[in-house]
Write a protein that binds this ligand. Structure first.
Ligand SMILES: *[C@@H]1O[C@H](CO)[C@@H](O)[C@H](O)[C@H]1NC(C)=O
Length: 359
């Protein structure tokens, strides 16, 4: 019984010992696991690279950004943050991922990552030609310029290490399938669906190869969501009930299947690379089918305008019947194509463990 008298002094001695010898009491959670995140793709991941372009594919005006810090319409295609922002903050790298083409980008931002993405682009060069935006291959040229800047700032060895250790994430293919193939039918003149999907998957493979040749080793490639269920697709092809369009969803599924197979092969072929496929489709489909489990009351219409078709310049402050601010959280989609920030957060959080496999 007398032993209890020693308990408190013993604890004090142990704590003093830990402090004196600077033994960390908790494992530090502060250090980010990778130095930077570098992003390529379309409007899902474009924080404003199109702002200075003469293109309809922009979002730097209200009501875009309605729930962004300072209610600022930055060019992000949502009411608030978009996936690259959510990813870098989950990785504790920084709060927001800026566009590479921001006019006054600081060196610190280059060291911790940027997005080269351009809304309305795709794996197919033709997709970016019509709206006059940056194709994925233009984005690759920007990435080469970025690498030169990185070397100038950090020196060759440190720049190489940043490129080698950072996650490179590609979110593309949505506009190729939905716009270039189905909506405008441009590519239907030269391809049937399986051969167009093959063309896109080959382009994705060459893109990953190019990144690898430039020193990238950690590469995440996202599949596409159920494209037939975005509000605009329901309006265009879903009939009177605005159902999900099965042909678009089947195309998305086929693309994802071939893409994931091709990435698996690249993972074997490219020595020292870690290439991860991100299954967006199932996560988004779950939200669409079980929206109410996540507190969404409206999953077939966007908040902006009628919510049935409008996006970019067609979703503006004069759009009639945009949902009130107090109800944005009930919407899965912000406009005819793009999820709300709350939906993006749920999607990225659900995909977190898949993404982390690249580390
Ligand atoms: C797109 O254009 C670039 C530059 O002109 C070219 O290198 C690339 O191979 C093209 N990609 C496809 C998929 O045609």
């Amino acid at each position: 019984m007398y032993q209890t008298n020693y308990v408190l002094p013993s604890i004090i001695v142990v704590i003093l010992f830990l402090i004196l010898f600077r033994i960390p009491i908790t494992i530090s959670q502060e250090r980010p696991p990778i130095p930077a995140v570098l992003v390529f793709g379309d409007s899902i991941v474009d924080p404003g690279n199109n702002n200075m372009l003469i293109t309809p594919a922009r979002a730097n005006f209200p009501p875009y950004g309605r729930d962004f810090p300072g209610h600022e319409p930055t060019g992000r295609f949502s009411n608030g943050r978009i996936p690259p922002d959510i990813i870098v903050s989950l990785l504790r790298i920084k709060d927001l991922l800026p566009p590479y083409r921001a006019p006054d980008l600081e060196n610190q931002e280059l060291l911790t990552g940027v997005s080269f993405a351009s809304a309305a682009s795709g794996f197919d060069n033709l997709t970016a030609t019509v709206p006059k935006v940056f194709s994925l291959w233009d984005q690759l040229e920007m990435y080469k310029e970025y690498k030169r800047k990185l070397i100038a700032i950090a020196g060759e060895a440190a720049a190489d290490a940043i490129i080698r250790e950072s996650a490179h994430a590609i979110f593309s293919g949505n506009n190729d399938i939905l716009t270039t193939y189905f909506f405008t039918t441009i590519r239907q003149r030269t391809f049937d669906l399986p051969s167009y999907i093959n063309y896109l998957v080959n382009a994705a493979g060459s893109f990953v190869n190019e990144l690898y040749k430039l020193g990238a080793r950690r590469i995440v490639v996202a599949g596409v969501p159920p494209l037939g269920c975005v509000p605009a697709a329901r309006t265009v092809g879903g009939g009177e009930n605005r159902d999900c369009v099965e042909t678009y969803n089947q195309a998305a599924t086929l693309f994802n299947l071939e893409l994931s197979r091709s990435l698996e092969q690249l993972n074997v072929d490219l020595f020292g690379a870690r290439i991860i496929y991100l299954n967006i489709y199932d996560t988004v489909m779950d939200l669409i089918q079980h929206g109410s489990d996540y507190g969404f009351e409206e999953t077939t219409r966007g908040c902006c305008g009628t919510g049935e078709l409008e996006a970019s310049i067609f979703c503006n402050e004069f759009s009639p019947c945009t949902c009130p601010e107090s109800e944005t959280h009930k919407y899965l989609f912000w406009d005819g194509f793009h999820p709300t920030e709350r939906a993006f957060r749920i999607i990225i959080t659900a995909l977190r463990s898949q993404f982390m496999r690249v580390l």
